[in-house]
Structure formats: C-alpha cells, structure tokens
Design a protein. Structure first.
Length: 566
C-alpha cells in the first residue's frame, strides 16, 4: 500500500471506521493509479471488494457508454488543477450500469511515489432516471405517448434537411378528428381521452416505421413521411381511412370516427416545417368545409388571409385604443382553508358586436400583429392597480399573477417597465408573480435569467406556467429563479390514469426537493382536488372555485369564500 497513505492511516486510527461509515463510495489509488483501498459504500455500489480489484486501474469500472473525450477531459483537469468533478456512466461487477457523480483529487507528496488519488463516488442513477423521464415527458404527449408538436417539428426539420441533400420528397399530413367535440360533450372527457389513445394506436399501426406520428394538440394529429411521392402518400391516406371503418370500443360503446386530412409536400409547398404544417392545416380545413371524412392536397391560395381575419385585425387595433379590453381574474386557492391566496389576471375583449371574446381568439392574432407586448403591459398595469385596490379593501395578502409573453420579455427595458407598473400602483413587489411558459424559458436563457434575477432581488416572484408541456428538466429549472410550478391542466384532467398520477406525483416531489411550490390548474371537481391534495399539492386553480370573472364579481366570490371559512 502507498506509504504516505499508511502513515496517514496510522496517525488517524479511526480513518478506516470513518471511511466505512460514509454513504459515498471511496476509492484510493497510488501514484501508479493502482487501487489500494475502497470502503464499504463503494463495495455496495459496484459489487467489487478490495480483494477483487486491488492493484487494478479504476478504468475497469468504465462502460462503453461514456464518450472517450469525457475521460480525456477528466485527466487533463486532474493534471492541470489537481482535481475533477463530473458524471460518469460506470459498470458494476454484475454488468449493470449506474450513473456516478465523481470527484477525483490528486494528493501530491514530496516523494512522487508517495502521491495518491482519492475518488469520492455517489450513485445518482435514480436522479438521472427521473431526469430522463422528465425529458421524455416534455417531448411526448402524456396521453397518447406520441411525440408532441415540439419534438415533431424538430424531427421534421431534420427530415427536410436530409431530403434537401438527397433530392427527395417529404409528405406532411395534418389530421383532425370529425365530431370529436360531440364525443366529449356526450360521454365526458374520460371517454374522449380513451378514444384519442385508441385512435393514436391505429394511426401509428398504419404508419409504422415509414414516418413519424404526433399528437399535435387536442384532437389533431400530424404525420410526416420521408421519401414519399404523391402516389405512395395517397396509398397511406387510403390505409388510414380504411383503419377507421371499424368501430372503436370505449367503455363498451361502439364509436365510429372519421378524419379530415390535409396533405402537402416538400419542396413544392414549403421549405421549412412551419410553412408545411401551416399549408397542410389549410388543406385540412378546406376538407372540413367540403364535407369531412376525406382529404385535400394543398393548393396555392388556401391559406390566404380571409376578409374576416383582416377585419378582426383592424378591430383589435381599435379595441386597444378604445379600451375595449378588460382584465378578468381567476382565483388561486389554498386547498386546506378554501380561501384565496392569489389571483391570475387574464385579458378579455369586450367586442361591441361579438360580446366577450376569449384570448384564444385574439391573442394569437395580436402576436402576429406585433401588439402582444403592448397588451401584456396594459394587463400588468391594470392588475397591479386592482390588486392594490383589493389590499385597501381588506384582502391584504392577495398575490396577483400576470402572464408575460416572449415578446414583452424580450424588450430591453422589460425590468424597468415592471418596476414602473409597481411604482404607479404603489404595490409591494412581493405581491406580484410573473408567469412565464416553458417555451419562453428555453429561449435566450442567459437574457431571461438575468432579467428574472433583477426582479427577484426586488421581491417579485416567478411562476413557470403549463409545466410538463415543454422541455423543462431538473437541470434547466436550476437556471431560473422559479418560485412556483403550475402543473398543466391536461395532467390534472387525466389524473385518473396511472400514468398521469405518476407524472403529477413526480412533479410535486421534484418541486418539493427544489423548495418550489406547486399550483395545479384546471381543477373542476372535488375528486380532482382530493387527488392532488393526497399527492402533496396544497394550491389549486380552476372552475371548481371560479371561472375567470371581472374584478367586481371576483371580489364577491372572495368575500363568500372567506365568510364560509370563518
């Protein structure tokens, strides 16, 4: 054994006992990088005893799954800095793999032969598995397990690049289920969800390995078929229709479903994923207009802006100037006390002829027109003023959450605009929570993190909205000063399934480990409320407590809830 280490052990008689009480694995090598000591935790972790590996190089733990450059970087760091810390995928004695978080420190001695290395190893396999599961969930639809729209677009862009290099075609199909809303309305969302799962399986069986199928959202599916000409694509479409000639059995009910399909082709109808999907979508809508249960090939002009859309654009600009927009509020409730702790500010349009319009109608249009940031800032100022008004009326601890679009966030003076809104309303920053989506969070990470940190230092809270629908991961969450995760309502509505229950439970556990609170959105029933409460979530938002309502009505609902509690 290394003489320096022997002298160290002799001078510290309890060292062996100490090492064996450590939860982390310990590995010692001499100056020739030969193993001279390991502790009990190392033996449990790897399956190797000191007798098995004494005199061997630690490289015997290596698996073929860790790239060579990682080891090169490790030894370069040890040579230059005397230590290295990182993650390695190693192999146990029984051949199974495990992830280790490893710190290697080189201890130099006056006599080179007395030098030795200490390696401290922690098994992080469970954490890595959780991260992989979260990554999978972020790129796949939780209901059907198909790729979601983000992953689909990524894969499509790769296929388009390959096709361009090889002079090949790519077919893009946009599918929308006919009459699906009637299924939900007649039988409920649970039957609708089961139907979607079974339809997804049928579609996937038809496509097989020939292409990629995605649940794009709701009852919409997208498909791309690389290296497919129009004749073969028509055969595939015919096979899809044939697959739905037989009924789908859900809860002993026979349901006959049909689809409207739009098709377009690279490179004739577009050179990028967004254009192709838009054109396939336009062709699909033309199919619906002409009777459903059929398909249309995209033709030039299908996606031209209609006169109604142009009219709505003009009306929206006038609405902003005429102050036809109004802020509605939805309660966020402490589950145990059944009293509101916060409110979310949501914009509505009081159209003079069409009554109150949902943001789903005009916010995408506002984004296209470049006025979404202006609307966001107006909502922020209105919400801060109203919250301060409620504080003066006796709701002193109420926190307001305001959604922030990517466009508003990207403004160079975003931080000062938020500060001015608080100053004008005389609202303490601790009563404002800014909600950002995962899609916003993964873009321009450094810029967003810097702005959030500035506001965070002043007391403003940050919430990550619709969590579970984008690319968030454990590592990414650490990059942002997040106070609250809002679990997307799609997980809650489908929480009766074991998969969704597991996802909700995982998100809550992860949030607790990061000291982050959780709000579950979309709570509509007492059953859903009980489920999330049992999983450790104590804050909720949804129609069970209130729909988004004007400020005056919201005040009345808050007063009733507080009276019922007291």
């Amino acid at each position: 054994m290394n003489s320096a280490f022997i002298r160290f052990a002799q001078n510290h008689r309890n060292v062996e006992t100490l090492f064996n009480y450590m939860n982390d694995g310990l590995l010692l090598t001499n100056h020739r990088h030969e193993i001279i000591a390991v502790n009990s935790a190392f033996q449990r972790m790897t399956g190797y005893t000191l007798k098995d590996i004494a005199g061997m190089n630690p490289s015997m733990l290596e698996s073929a799954n860790t790239p060579k450059h990682v080891y090169d970087e490790m030894w370069d760091s040890i040579s230059r800095n005397g230590s290295w810390t990182g993650e390695l995928l190693n192999e146990r004695k029984d051949g199974t793999l495990f992830w280790s978080f490893l710190t290697v420190t080189q201890v130099e001695q006056p006599q080179p032969e007395d030098s030795y290395c200490i390696g401290i190893m922690r098994d992080i396999s469970e954490r890595k598995q959780q991260e992989e599961q979260m990554k999978y969930n972020a790129s796949h639809d939780t209901l059907t397990q198909l790729p979601n729209r983000v992953l689909f677009k990524d894969k499509l862009e790769d296929a388009l690049q390959t096709a361009a290099e090889n002079g090949k075609k790519v077919a893009v199909l946009f599918l929308d289920l006919d009459r699906f809303k009637k299924i939900n309305d007649s039988y409920g969302h649970q039957v609708g969800d089961q139907l979607l799962v079974k339809m997804a399986r049928r579609i996937q069986r038809v496509i097989g390995e020939d292409g990629v199928v995605s649940r794009f959202g709701g009852d919409e599916f997208t498909i791309f078929l690389p290296d497919m000409d129009e004749v073969i694509t028509e055969d595939v479409i015919s096979a899809l229709f044939a697959a739905f000639e037989k009924p789908i059995i859900v809860n002993e009910k026979e349901l006959y479903m049909s689809m409207s399909i739009g098709a377009c082709f690279f490179p004739e109808h577009g050179k990028d994923a967004e254009t192709l999907l838009k054109n396939a979508d336009s062709a699909m809508y033309r199919t619906k207009e002409e009777g459903r249960n059929h398909y249309q090939r995209y033709e030039q002009g299908m996606n031209e802006t209609t006169a109604d859309e142009l009219s709505l654009e003009t009306e929206l600009l006038k609405a902003i100037r005429r102050q036809e927009l109004e802020v509605y509020y939805q309660l966020q409730v402490d589950i145990d006390k059944r009293i509101p702790f916060g409110i979310e500010a949501l914009v509505r349009w009081n159209h003079p002829l069409k009554n109150v319009l949902s943001p789903a109608v005009f916010l995408p249009l506002a984004e296209e027109m470049g006025v979404i940031a202006e609307i966001d800032e107006w909502v922020l100022n209105e919400a801060c003023r109203q919250t301060k008004r409620w504080h003066r009326e006796g709701f002193g601890e109420l926190i307001v959450s305001v959604n922030v679009s990517k466009e508003f966030f990207k403004r160079p003076d975003f931080v000062s605009r938020v500060e001015q809104a608080l100053l004008r309303a005389e609202l303490d920053p601790s009563y404002l929570c800014l909600e950002i989506t995962e899609k916003t969070a993964i873009l321009q990470v450094d810029e967003i993190r810097a702005k959030l940190n500035q506001l965070k230092q002043k007391g403003v809270a940050v919430s990550l909205d619709d969590f579970g629908t984008g690319y968030s991961s454990l590592s990414q969450l650490r990059m942002f000063p997040i106070d609250t995760l809002k679990i997307d309502q799609s997980f809650v509505r489908g929480q009766g399934s074991p998969e969704n229950q597991a996802i909700v439970k995982l998100i809550i556990a992860m949030a607790n480990s990061l000291n982050v609170s959780v709000i579950c959105e979309g709570i509509e029933t007492e059953e859903q409320l009980s489920l999330i409460r049992n999983e450790g979530c104590y804050k909720a938002q949804g129609y069970l407590f209130s729909r988004p309502i004007p400020a005056d009505e919201c005040k009345g609902v808050m007063e009733r809830l507080i009276r019922s509690f007291t």
